[in-house]
Design a protein. Structure first.
Length: 310
């Protein structure tokens, strides 16, 4: 009898546009193919990427989040839609990208993750993560695939950094970014602390060339999902022809031997990777320093404080 762990399903679904009828079907098939079970009454935190009100492309497309919420509502779940933008509020970003009205029709409204609780990190530091996220029954992570000026490419694992409350994300870059490896370790430890049940990735029109806010759209036509964020990201890295040497979060996951880091841990569902073309997807040629300059951090903190009154 083999003790080998079963392979992690990663579902790839080809979808050309964000049209709601097709998305509803794609979301349902992706979750069901990966065997996600949601009992009536389950408290589910839906965690999209609401990084900036300046560029809708930088955020999870509203229709992906709304399709997921409709599915969860049909399951009888108690739904909260929330994120913790580094600047401003989730409500401000949601309104700017056109998601708020759709949520209202479902009896929902966007919220900012708050109530920080200290997470002790393996390297002797702490970071404030949201009790709102910790105390829910399950989190469904809804990342946007993006090129990134510090991490090269980001997906499911990096999106959970958004459960770190408010300005503490900028603080983490300032405090941990100066030591190679600490940001990756911190993000992975945040992921491990959370009741994360599923990851649904918006890669229909991902951001390429640069990011996480000011890149350009790329037509990939992919909705992807998995219960394992590391497996989902590994599948995407492989699709893009990358290697752990290039991607620091992938390299750290491999160093820790986290299940899902190895392509051999994955089995593909619905459609094969060969159905998706990434040949012209561009990643940043030169990366920015991981740490934020102290002056930039202070300016960002002031902007965050005053945005609450604007």
């Amino acid at each position: 009898m083999s003790n080998r762990k079963p392979k992690e399903p990663v579902a790839f679904f080809r979808i050309l546009e964000y049209e709601s009828t097709f998305l509803d079907t794609a979301v349902a098939m992706t979750l069901e193919e990966c065997k996600l079970k949601i009992a009536p009454g389950t408290k589910v935190l839906v965690k999209p990427n609401l990084v900036s009100s300046k560029n809708q492309l930088a955020c999870t497309h509203p229709n992906v989040t709304l399709s997921l919420c409709r599915y969860l509502k049909d399951c009888g779940a108690q739904i909260t839609v929330a994120d913790s933008p580094g600047y401003g509020s989730a409500a401000q970003v949601s309104k700017a990208i056109g998601m708020t009205d759709g949520l209202k029709k479902l009896g929902l409204k966007p919220k900012s993750l708050g109530r920080p609780a200290p997470l002790k990190l393996s390297f002797g530091e702490t970071i404030g993560i949201s009790r709102d996220a910790l105390e829910t029954d399950m989190i469904i992570n809804v990342p946007k695939l993006k090129a990134h000026g510090q991490f090269v490419v980001t997906g499911a694992v990096k999106n959970m950094f958004g459960t770190v409350v408010g300005f503490r994300k900028a603080y983490a870059h300032t405090r941990f970014g100066e030591t190679p490896g600490l940001m990756e370790k911190m993000i992975i430890e945040v992921v491990k602390s959370m009741p994360l049940a599923f990851n649904l990735m918006d890669a229909i029109y991902p951001m390429h060339k640069t990011g996480p806010i000011s890149g350009e759209p790329y037509t990939l036509s992919l909705l992807a999902g998995s219960g394992n964020p590391f497996a989902l990201d590994t599948a995407i890295y492989m699709l893009l022809g990358l290697s752990p040497k290039k991607i620091l979060l992938w390299r750290e996951a491999a160093r820790q031997n986290i299940f899902g880091y190895d392509p051999d841990h994955i089995k593909y569902a619905i459609e094969p990777p060969d159905n998706f073309d990434t040949t012209e997807f561009e990643i940043p040629e030169k990366l920015n320093p991981m740490e934020f300059e102290p002056v930039r951090f202070v300016k960002g903190r002031i902007k965050s404080i005053f945005s609450r009154f604007g």
